[in-house]
Design a protein around this ligand. Structure first.
Ligand SMILES: CC(C)[C@H](C(=O)O)[C@@H](O)C(=O)O
Ligand code: SF4
Length: 462
């Protein structure tokens, strides 16, 4: 019998409450995050069946998808959004659940808020009715998105009935070139292995590139694990993780910190442990990336040519995008730039953008929205003096929320327009009906806004 365990095995196995031989297992969930979109029906189900919420103090709520990004101090104008936000507040109040509602100093996108509060911790099992829950795996937690009926199960029992996923590992070794950011790393990986490579798997990211990456960068990478089909992504906790966590409001303190720290240090994959599937990449092959199609796997390095394919869905995708095989997107005018979403709306993302933008002015044709992931990020932008850099350059800083990532509020990209966006999905209509999304890093997005077209930032930096 093999006693060597992966990070995933260690966390999973220590949370199994019961199991059926050769069947599913009952997994204990440490932390349940909720937002206004996928929680109302679950609350309703429990109410109808007169089941109490089992452990309300292990649930944290925030309002993010439907929140406006302008005038957050005023009542929400859109009646549907207003109702949904009110519903969340009422449900949390009634059941004694901690809520960071609109206007609260800790409000923000659920996947930005929980890590910055220290709620996200290594070794935890975490769920949320939201696919990008994979983000929290950056800390060495098992974190994954669940459907609304599972939200109700967790409310009622703090457990889920699950079949253990298979394990895969993506290793990237070497040094990244200047201008190649974590977003490029994950867009590159997905462009190489495809949007289904992770189906049925939990993915660990390993190698120099992730070891040297900041927590913000690791979150960007794990965030997009779901875009290659994986249930979630994970990175082994290390000193970078512990330094990020220490002193955060919900992080353990004093003796508890010491005890947890010792446990966290035991979590990394044992050397020699085996995975069901492995991929290896060389950091030197990764360029700043953009996507040209309507799934996140349709990506290429800046300056490369859109490939050709007879596949019908590939052609349909290029049609939607108004692009042709064999062309590159350099010099094509771009009128919208969005820097935000749970992929790239943390302070480091805005620092990268500000660094590039400083002393420059955006092109006249461009509308550039910068949407911080949380109130905390927003105030840090102010504290670090980045707001002035952005406003002097003609960028618009809005208030926190999901915003144009999926346009559930008023932040929509008009029909037919291209938007270079730091979000994670370029699906048809995602940023507004007929809108065309080009996924990129905050650096490529900032450079696009300045130039009014996509430019090869790596040439500028070398
Ligand atoms: C609205 C929500 C359920 C959805 C998700 O699950 O991911 C959203 O966050 C998204 O990014 O598409
Ligand atoms: S920012 Fe976008 S991807 Fe993230 S939770 Fe909100 S809608 Fe989903």
């Amino acid at each position: 019998m093999c006693l060597l365990k992966t990070l995933f095995d260690k966390v999973w196995d220590s949370h199994v409450v019961d199991s059926v031989t050769d069947g599913p297992q009952v997994l204990y969930i440490d932390t349940h995050l909720i937002h206004e979109v996928t929680s109302p029906q679950a609350f309703q189900e429990l109410e109808e069946r007169a089941i109490p919420i089992f452990r309300p103090d292990q649930i944290f709520a925030t309002a993010d998808h439907n929140t406006p990004t302008l005038n957050q101090h005023l009542p929400v104008e859109d009646p549907l959004s207003r109702k949904q936000l009110q519903q969340l507040s009422e449900n949390c109040e009634k059941h004694g659940i901690s809520l960071f509602e609109l206007g609260h100093m800790n409000n923000g996108i659920v996947h930005v808020m929980a890590p910055e509060q220290g709620i996200t911790q290594p070794g935890k099992t975490m769920v949320c009715g939201d696919s990008h829950t994979s983000t929290h795996g950056a800390f060495g937690a098992i974190a994954f998105g669940i459907g609304t009926s599972q939200v109700a199960q967790v409310f009622a029992s703090q457990c889920l009935l699950l079949t253990k996923p298979k394990s895969m590992r993506v290793t990237v070794n070497g040094d990244l070139a200047p201008g190649v950011l974590p977003k490029d790393v994950i867009l590159y990986i997905i462009s190489q292995i495809g949007t289904n490579a992770g189906t049925g798997y939990f993915c660990e990211y390993a190698g120099d590139v992730f070891e040297k990456m900041s927590m913000e960068g690791r979150m960007t990478v794990c965030n997009m694990s779901i875009e290659m089909g994986a249930r979630g992504g994970m990175i082994a906790p290390d000193q970078t993780t512990f330094d990020y966590m220490q002193g955060r409001p919900y992080a353990p303190k004093g003796e508890e910190w010491e005890a947890k720290l010792a446990y966290w240090k035991s979590l990394p994959t044992d050397s020699g442990a085996s995975f069901d599937k492995e991929f290896h990449f060389d950091a030197a092959d990764i360029k700043p990336m953009i996507t040209y199609g309507t799934n996140p796997g349709m990506g290429m390095g800046l300056g490369e040519l859109i490939p050709n394919s007879d596949d019908a869905s590939f052609k349909k995708s290029l049609d939607y995008m108004g692009l042709e095989a064999g062309s590159n997107l350099m010099e094509m005018p771009i009128n919208f730039v969005f820097i935000g979403s749970c992929t790239n709306s943390r302070i480091e993302d805005f620092r990268v953008a500000a660094d590039y933008i400083k002393g420059k002015r955006k092109a006249d044709n461009v509308t550039a929205w910068l949407v911080p992931g949380s109130k905390q990020v927003e105030s840090q932008i102010d504290r670090e003096g980045l707001r002035d850099i952005f406003t002097e350059a003609g960028f618009e800083i809005r208030q926190p929320g999901c915003s144009a990532c999926l346009a559930m509020n008023d932040d929509k990209i008009p029909q037919g327009e291209y938007c270079v966006s730091t979000s994670n999905r370029n699906f048809e209509g995602r940023q507004g009906q007929g809108a065309r999304t080009i996924l990129a890093s905050p650096l490529v997005a900032a450079a696009t806004a300045i130039e009014g077209k996509i430019v090869d930032v790596s040439k500028q930096l070398n």
